[in-house]
Design a protein around this ligand. Structure first.
Ligand SMILES: *Cc1c(COP(=O)(O)O)cnc(C)c1O
Length: 382
């Protein structure tokens, strides 16, 4: 096996499409302003855990509604370090869903624990009613994923966690600015973990992540763990890791934080327009969006479609970057072989993986793009 850096090719392959998932050139069209701010970091030589990191963490905690936010190297590291800070290790089980991005399970496994999957519901989120059956005396953490930026049923999950005395770590990588009753996704669990990967709603020029918590003790622990366990230049409180949010990335993230309200609003509006245009089609399953007090932020906008693969080809041929997030659930990945799962174990996740298709709804998608996507899809089904 020869492992290549494949990401540049992946972006190039669809870069010519008119309606694209990738919008980074537009998003950072004001990059000269950001470069000026970065220049000030260079002048100060403030590269590791510099002032900008602290300022950004403070603002981020305010947005999520937690007492602390700790910047780390990536969303994956936020998950991994959170699990480690809670003492997760060998012999422990962590409950999550098979319908997620690899990093959720990767963090559990690299923390030394065993992932225990619980199927999702039609809304792609963990089926709360099936969690209790998966709890054993080895369960240490429930790790719900707010898929696409729709918060899971956190009130109910909190009750279960309390009943069985287990912790909650939220994978909120899709869910900045999502909320339940005004309470931010990522503020319910012992930790809420966010990613600032270039294709997330709040993104930087490389990798970045952040873990939020209300606990002073856990915040201290995470701050130690991301920085060699150091309490000062010469004293190590615990041998640990190096996973700091770069100062330069913090400058970029902080710059974008001013826009997160507008970014979120346009995603919600675009999703609503698509829901309305496609809701009448028999071949398309639009989820129930009558969500009451739940705010979904559409990091991904996906629906389930009949003849999904053909539709995807048709859309791509017509300039729409329709993507599948993701075609193979975690329990059926080669990496999951040792857990002994098979097709049929998590039928809803499998059904979604076979039928889901995502359409771009980011802030540079306008009404005319929405109309084009809707009319192409209607045309496809005749
Ligand atoms: C992106 C993502 C992560 C990992 O984030 P990175 O910053 O890329 O490490 C974790 N979980 C989910 C659901 C994600 O989408």
């Amino acid at each position: 096996m020869s492992i290549k850096n494949f990401l540049p090719d992946q972006y190039d392959a669809t870069s010519e499409l008119e309606i694209n998932h990738n919008y980074l050139k537009d998003q950072f069209s004001d990059y000269q302003d950001i470069l000026q701010k970065v220049g000030r970091v260079v002048e100060r030589g403030d590269f590791t855990l510099g002032r900008a990191v602290e300022e950004f963490e403070h603002r981020y905690a305010g947005i999520i509604g937690t007492k602390h936010a700790i910047g780390v190297g990536s969303g994956t590291d936020a998950l991994f370090l959170s699990l480690k800070a809670l003492g997760v290790g060998s012999g422990d089980e962590v409950i999550t869903t098979p319908f997620t991005f690899f990093a959720t399970v990767g963090a559990i496994v690299t923390a030394g624990a065993t992932p225990v999957f619980v199927d999702v519901r039609a809304d792609y989120n963990i089926d709360t009613s099936k969690i209790e059956a998966a709890i054993t005396n080895k369960t240490k953490v429930i790790l719900p994923v707010h898929w696409s930026g729709k918060p899971c049923e956190m009130r109910q999950i909190e009750e279960i966690a309390e009943k069985y005395d287990v912790q909650i770590v939220e994978d909120a990588c899709h869910a900045i600015a999502a909320s339940i009753d005004g309470k931010g996704a990522g503020s319910f669990g012992a930790f809420g973990c966010f990613s600032m990967h270039p294709l997330k709603n709040l993104n930087v020029w490389g990798d970045g992540g952040i873990a939020c918590t209300n606990s002073d003790e856990l915040a201290d622990k995470l701050r130690l763990m991301r920085n060699h366990g150091l309490v000062g230049r010469d004293h190590c409180h615990m041998f640990a890791y190096n996973s700091r949010l770069d100062t330069i990335q913090a400058v970029i993230a902080d710059h974008l934080l001013d826009k997160i309200g507008d970014i979120t609003r346009s995603r919600i509006e675009n999703a609503k327009m698509l829901d309305e245009s496609l809701g009448g089609l028999d071949q398309v399953t639009v989820q129930n969006r009558d969500l009451g007090c739940i705010k979904q932020v559409y990091h991904i906008y996906s629906l389930c479609f009949e003849k999904r693969d053909e539709l995807q080809k048709y859309l791509i041929n017509n300039g729409v970057d329709a993507k599948i997030h993701y075609p193979i659930p975690m329990h059926l990945q080669p990496a999951a072989k040792k857990y002994g799962h098979q097709v049929g174990d998590f039928p809803i996740a499998e059904e979604i993986a076979n039928t889901t298709l995502s359409l771009p709804v980011h802030e540079f998608i306008g009404e005319k793009h929405i109309e084009k996507m809707a009319s192409l899809i209607k045309g496809f089904y005749g």
